[in-house]
Design a protein around this ligand. Structure first.
Ligand code: SF4
Length: 933
């Protein structure tokens, strides 16, 4: 094949490269010291299919200015004894400089190593390959790009002959060698068809990163096993390698008991399956609704196995429809299952549904449909990649995101953006590349076979069982877009919030800046009209900035909490009326500018960009106007949020009531089942019924099959130090610290604020480190998925997190033996939605809304403790309001039927020792000591 003209002048692989890694005393080069540096030179094979060889190495230890802390020793394996006789790095830097010479460098997360080395006196002007960035393009859906994790995921390791005892894991030398192995895997993976390769080359050239070009190759036609492997994993439907399933003879007349019960079909076909009575009972109930219709609420306690209890009867019903003439009426999809979390969607799609379909011999077509914004818009991607259409050459971050998307589309054509692992910076550009209703309706009204969203919708219409999330469910029910025969709503305690969120419209200061900025960028570069449009756009910018400034001043004068609801009283006030007038003037100015832009001729592809920008500006203007003028059917509030050093004003707007749209949804189907582990408050369904408009629904409760009284202790601390923030943090840190020390880790802390997680982490990390206990904390030590996995694998660890950790964490076994809850999980007291709903319905915001909401959340948090019949542990409630406040009795009534004790902090250790028993605690401590040796 003849090379593209640009390809002929491309840089080639260098002959030698140097891998580099530093170990340091802090994350910040300005105040940290280098305590180890490793540099290893490799000779590269010019043939992409071969690797190269190690030529020489330089590994040096350096003494820091201050003694090493335990935390640094724990991370690096370097002790004070190892470095006390060593020279400081300043005395070693010339040796390092000489060794690396002019060779191209490579490192994992190279910015860190290079900024440390340059801050400590080295001059580095040569190009650098960052394997962290490259791994993102090579494996776009990998959950983590940490060196150890990505290496493990793709199955690379330092060969034994390069890994002698002196090179301990995570030392600088080891990390360089592991990075080298990763680099080889990246070179094998980064292969693209010729046309995509050319786009990558152009993006790298434009963003001044041409030195990366030799790492990419044009794909030949031989099958690529690496890509195929990832395609299978990301596709989500494959079940190979999962629990083996024997096929059995299934008859559509089989009832829930003969499938789920003792000696039933599932016990015969799925080796790990054990029948549970509550699951059978729930299965019968679900089957009844699917046969006879109706609206039902089902609370299924922890361990019931509720997904099997509703999927099994659903598949039976689908098979019955298939044998007859399909679902009744105009229903396009026999059964829709809706969940709140992506985790549960994945579990259903990857494991539960395929497993049950296989066991029941069903050929049901199963599909998943997500919100439009979850899909990559191929039309917008084309625009972003087309040079003449882009206002600017790609920056480095944007270039890598576009390369990542191109590589991803080669591996997986689902276009489901949730599968991508993207950084915060990536998500800025990604916001412009997803499908949205305006573009789909106005730009792309025709069928586009390659459009992921259109493909997903077509598959959804043909599905027998469709999995969606609550927001999608409500939206489609409202639009009557996917008429279903039956709806099963799991995690139904989130339905109300999700339905309301589906009506939400947010507008940020940053979004306004982008919208108005795009108008100026698209004005003709020369001529009178271009100048005119740019002047108008500049005035529009200063106009909205002045409006936001006035709003901000108003907020500062009227609230100290960063959030203010726009009430009718506020709307009538003089300052707000002034803002309304300013907005009216600004809107007319915007309309005038858009008119100018429309009348300006735009060449070729630019016209699409222009139309898109005009539509975005019109939408933003409508939202601002609607917000400022108000709508009695909606709740509107302003929020000032802080990101790093900057403050940003946001306008939020949601529907006041979603009960009517939910009611229409229930009425549009034969049956609708709402299920969750937590639907009742103080033992009854009244709260959920009233909030979700299900007053007429049937009520069903299936208790957990676990022996909760014998296996769960709830210890309520009666003398916790409420209200005194400094000592309160200290107190919570001490409670978690002493619990974790007693149990040798095995503790989950569930918080209500990130600030508390941070404060407690900082107070605990050193103490637990001394005990050999690893501490993971949200936003401090990694991503949620990664931390939960590590917590699950390491019993000697502690995990701290906020609301996303109260649900969906499933850690069976003794890795999770204690749940510590510092505060009852009330929503923030100034929550605008609660206040507005209470006001409109004449309710007490606290008694009728905040309290029951908190009780549901509390029960979810407590539900993390017991995940199997053999699990045993303790929940420690540190909030003494349970015993001091009148509403405490409702808290007590909502707790699971555990062994409950109320006592002072000073008795906690004795109560835990008594509960777990000396023998168990001695075994856990013994395990720890054995591991240390
Ligand atoms: S239909 Fe919508 S998402 Fe699909 S390519 Fe067109 S604009 Fe993009």
């Amino acid at each position: 094949m003849a090379a593209h003209p640009a390809v002929q002048k491309l840089p080639e692989l260098p002959h030698t490269i140097v891998g580099i890694d530093v170990e340091t005393t802090s994350l910040d080069p300005a105040d940290g010291d280098i305590i180890e540096v490793a540099a290893i030179r490799y000779e590269l094979s010019q043939d992409g299919t071969k690797t190269g060889r190690e030529v020489e190495e330089l590994v040096l230890l350096a003494s820091p200015r201050q003694p090493l802390t335990d935390q640094i020793t724990a991370i690096t394996g370097i002790t004070n004894d190892m470095v006390k006789e060593k020279p400081p790095f300043s005395a070693l830097k010339s040796q390092v400089q000489e060794f690396i010479g002019d060779d191209l460098l490579f490192a994992h997360n190279a910015n860190f190593d290079i900024s440390y080395l340059t801050s400590h006196g080295l001059t580095i002007t040569q190009p650098v390959w960052d394997t962290f960035t490259l791994a993102g393009a090579a494996w776009p859906t990998a959950p983590s790009y940490n060196l150890g994790t990505i290496a493990q995921q793709i199955g690379v390791a330092v060969p034994a002959e390069n890994n002698d005892a002196s090179r301990t894991e995570h030392s600088a030398g080891y990390d360089v060698r592991l990075t080298w192995e990763l680099l080889q895997a990246i070179r094998r993976q980064l292969q693209l068809p010729a046309d995509q390769y050319e786009v990558v080359v152009r993006l790298l050239q434009e963003s001044k990163q041409s030195h990366y070009i030799p790492l990419f190759r044009i794909k030949n036609n031989r099958p690529d096993t690496g890509n195929e492997r990832e395609k299978g994993e990301a596709g989500g439907a494959a079940i190979s390698g999962k629990t083996p399933v024997k096929k059995n003879h299934y008859s559509p007349a089989q009832d829930a008991a003969s499938i789920l019960g003792t000696g039933g079909l599932l016990e015969q076909t799925i080796p790990a399956f054990t029948a549970r009575k509550p699951q059978v009972d729930m299965g019968k109930t679900v089957a009844g609704y699917l046969q006879n219709g109706g609206l039902g609420l089902i609370e299924a306690g922890t361990g019931t196995g509720k997904t099997f209890a509703y999927i099994a009867p659903a598949i039976v019903r689908i098979e019955q429809y298939k044998r007859k003439s399909g679902p009744p009426g105009a229903a396009a999809v026999p059964i829709v299952v809706s969940t709140h979390t992506k985790t549960l969607q994945d579990q259903l799609m990857r494991y539960d549904v395929p497993q049950l379909c296989a066991a029941l011999g069903s050929t049901a077509r199963v599909s998943i449909l997500k919100g439009r914004r979850n899909y990559l818009c191929t039309h917008r991607l084309e625009q972003a990649l087309t040079r003449p259409g882009r206002p600017h050459p790609a920056g480095r971050t944007d270039a890598w995101l576009l390369i990542k998307l191109l590589c991803w589309l080669q591996q997986n054509d689902s276009g489901d953006l949730e599968q991508l692992n993207v950084s915060h910076q990536d998500s800025r550009l990604l916001r412009h590349l997803h499908a949205d209703s305006i573009s789909c309706r106005q730009i792309c009204a025709v069928q586009r076979p390659e459009c992921p969203y259109q493909r997903a919708r077509r598959a959804a219409r043909q599905a027998d069982l469709l999995i969606v999330n609550h927001a999608m469910l409500v939206q489609h029910a409202e639009d009557a877009a996917l008429p279903a025969a039956h709806i099963i709503i799991d995690e139904a305690h989130h339905l109300l919030a999700a339905a309301r969120d589906a009506t939400r419209r947010d507008l940020s200061e940053q979004r306004l800046a982008e919208v108005i900025g795009a108008l100026a960028q698209l004005a003709p570069e020369e001529g009178q009209s271009g100048r005119h449009i740019r002047t108008e756009a500049a005035e529009l910018t200063s106009g909205y900035q002045q409006i936001l400034k006035d709003i901000y001043s108003y907020m500062q004068a009227h609230t100290a909490v960063g959030t203010i609801r726009i009430t009718n009283t506020l709307r009538r006030s003089a300052p707000w009326q002034k803002i309304v007038q300013q907005v009216d003037v600004w809107e007319s100015q915007l309309a005038f500018t858009l008119g100018l832009l429309r009348s300006t001729p735009a060449p070729g592809k630019r016209i699409n960009l222009l139309e898109d920008a005009i539509r975005q500006a019109e939408t933003a203007a409508t939202e601002v106007s609607r917000f400022i003028h108000g709508d009695p059917e909606r709740i509107q509030w302003l929020e000032v949020s802080q990101y790093r050093q900057n403050y940003e004003l946001k306008l939020h707007d949601v529907a006041l009531s979603v009960k009517d749209s939910l009611a229409r949804m229930y009425q549009s189907v034969n049956s609708c089942i709402l299920t969750s582990a937590t639907l009742t408050v103080s033992g009854n369904f009244s709260y959920i019924k009233k909030r979700t408009g299900t007053e007429e629904a049937g009520e069903h409760r299936f208790a957990s099959p676990f022996n909760i009284r014998d296996n769960m202790l709830i210890y309520i601390i009666e003398d916790s130090k409420d209200g005194v923030e400094q000592s309160y943090e200290q107190y919570i840190a001490a409670t978690i610290g002493s619990t974790a020390t007693l149990l040798q880790g095995r503790t989950l802390g569930l918080f209500t604020s990130h600030a508390m997680v941070k404060a407690v982490y900082e107070k605990l990390v050193k103490e637990l480190n001394k005990e050999g206990i690893k501490l993971f904390a949200q936003r401090m030590t990694g991503g949620r998925h990664n931390m939960v996995e590590r917590f699950r694998r390491r019993p000697d660890s502690v995990l701290l997190g906020t609301y996303s950790f109260w649900e969906g964490i499933d850690v069976p076994g003794d890795s999770l033996s204690a749940v510590v809850i510092p505060k009852l999980p009330f929503m923030p007291p100034h929550d605008p939605v609660t206040a507005a709903v209470a006001e409109s319905e004449g309710l007490s915001a606290f008694q009728h809304l905040a309290l029951p909401d908190m009780l549901l959340r509390l029960r979810q948090g407590i539900g993390r403790l017991l995940r199997t019949t053999t699990d045993r542990g303790a929940v420690i409630l540190c909030d003494s309001r349970i015993v001091k406040q009148e509403y405490g009795s409702e808290v007590l009534n909502s707790l699971p039927p555990a062994t409950v004790k109320v006592g002072p902090s000073s008795d906690l250790a004795a109560a835990l020792t008594d509960w777990f028993g000396e023998h168990t605690l001695a075994r856990w401590h013994g395990n720890r000591r054995a591991k240390k040796k």
